[in-house]
Design a protein around this ligand. Structure first.
Ligand SMILES: Nc1ncnc2c1ncn2[C@@H]1O[C@H](COP(=O)(O)OP(=O)(O)OP(=O)(O)O)[C@@H](O)[C@H]1O
Ligand SMILES: [Mg+2]
Length: 392
């Protein structure tokens, strides 16, 4: 087939499945989706938060022979560890306290269709063995049952974690990792495909405008330049939110650079606003070096705080000191999203933790995934703590 024909076919496919993007990276991804969709092969989709992993998973399912059956989406990071197996594989009546009925798990519900296991990196290691088995031959057992069942399910998994690193730190089974990564669709961050920013912008503005009866009056070149150069830590999701907010708040005006700055302010730009932290993509080696360096700085800070506490009898100001760190490579990295917490006599560790969680949830407008990332804890731990502190 000639290149032109393939291009037309690809664009029609993107239109049908609502996949925006003309960058080379996106074109390649769409080609892989077209190749794998008709097969039953397991696909691992990786990439930062908000890059479009679910969009890709949905397109694979929709373009497959399973499209008439449903795609069941499971967020492995949001299910408490204690019940994850019964959620995935189901359980028999009386198999644990409270199991008053037998119940199908997500795999059985997805029989004949697709299961999308989001945040696969959060799957507990014990459950990973059972998952591997179901991947190999479709076999599993409900919790509390000794009978093997079989399902016909296509698996798509996604993660924003570096699974290789998870294997290295023994949080992820190597056999499962190798099994999963045979087809790996890696979606680059938005800053790695800046050419697509204007396309996303145009489509989001058009769709949102039409849906909400807002006439979009255009955007200046300078303003579009700012959007294109922005770092987009939240990727396409963040861009969509910015477009929608601007359309609502600046309704009835052509968007200028000043307008755009208001929406990107307080976040990370590509160096335009000099007072803000600059993010520089790191190699795995320098990232690891930085982690060790940070751990050492944190340790030293903790020891100094403890010393202070002992000397001043607890009346000192305990600062959570994680200021901008110049890594060994000379790069400047972000301030960890923690703020100084004034310590009053008698303020407990729990209270400080609670305040940090509230602060982080406020900063990320309730987005638990981003809040968990900024606090450097898993989303599951954050869910547990939100419950524990009665913050919902
Ligand atoms: N190529 C794309 N075309 C159209 N919309 C996209 C594309 N990529 C992302 N989006 C939009 O961006 C938002 C985030 O996408 P999605 O939920 O698929 O990201 P994700 O990688 O799964 O994020 P997370 O890791 O946080 O779960 C959604 O509103 C989605 O529609
Ligand atoms: Mg997702």
């Amino acid at each position: 087939m000639r290149d032109g024909d393939t291009g037309v076919e690809r664009m029609a496919f993107q239109e049908e499945h609502n996949i925006i993007g003309e960058s080379l990276e996106m074109q390649e991804i769409v080609q892989v989706i077209q190749q794998v969709a008709p097969t039953d092969i397991t696909v691992l989709v990786t990439g930062e938060s908000g890059v479009g992993k679910e969009v890709v998973a949905q397109a694979i399912h929709a373009a497959s022979r399973r499209t008439k059956k449903q795609m069941v989406t499971v967020n492995c990071g949001a299910i408490p560890e204690g019940i994850i197996e019964s959620e995935l594989f189901g359980h028999e009546k009386g198999s644990f306290t409270g199991a008053s009925d037998s119940r199908k798990g997500y795999f059985e519900l997805a029989d004949g269709g697709t299961i999308f296991l989001d945040e696969i990196g959060e799957l507990p290691t014990g459950t990973q063995v059972k998952f591997l088995r179901i991947l190999e031959n479709g076999e599993f057992m409900r919790v509390g049952s000794s009978t093997t069942k079989k399902v016909d399910v296509r698996v798509i998994a996604a993660t924003n974690k570096d699974l290789e690193h998870e294997v290295y730190t023994k949080h992820f089974r190597p056999d499962l990792f190798y099994r999963l990564r045979s087809v790996n669709v890696r979606i680059p961050s938005l800053r790695e495909r800046r050419d697509d920013v204007s396309l996303f912008f145009a489509r989001f503005a058009k769709d949102f405008g039409e849906k909400n009866n807002i006439t979009f009056l255009g955007i200046s070149d300078e303003a579009m330049g700012l959007l294109t150069q922005y770092y987009w830590p939240g990727n396409v999701r963040e861009l969509r939110n910015v477009v929608e907010s601007m359309l609502v708040i600046e309704n009835g005006r052509r968007l200028t650079a000043d307008d755009v700055r208001k929406y990107l302010k307080g976040s990370h730009t590509n160096g335009d606003e000099r007072n803000l932290p600059v993010y520089i993509p790191k190699s795995a080696e320098s990232a690891e070096r930085e982690l060790i360096y940070r751990a050492l700085v944190d340790l030293k800070t903790d020891i100094m705080d403890m010393k202070n506490l002992l000397i001043n009898g607890g009346a000192s100001t305990a600062l959570v000191r994680r200021e901008t760190i110049s890594g060994a490579s000379g790069e400047i990295h972000d301030k960890a999203f923690v703020h100084p917490v004034p310590s009053e006599e008698g303020v407990s560790l729990e209270e400080m933790e609670r305040k940090m969680i509230i602060g982080s949830l406020q900063k990320y407008e309730g987005n638990r995934r981003l809040a968990a990332q900024s606090l450097k804890i898993s989303e599951r731990t954050l869910y547990r703590k939100i419950k524990e502190y009665g913050l919902q």
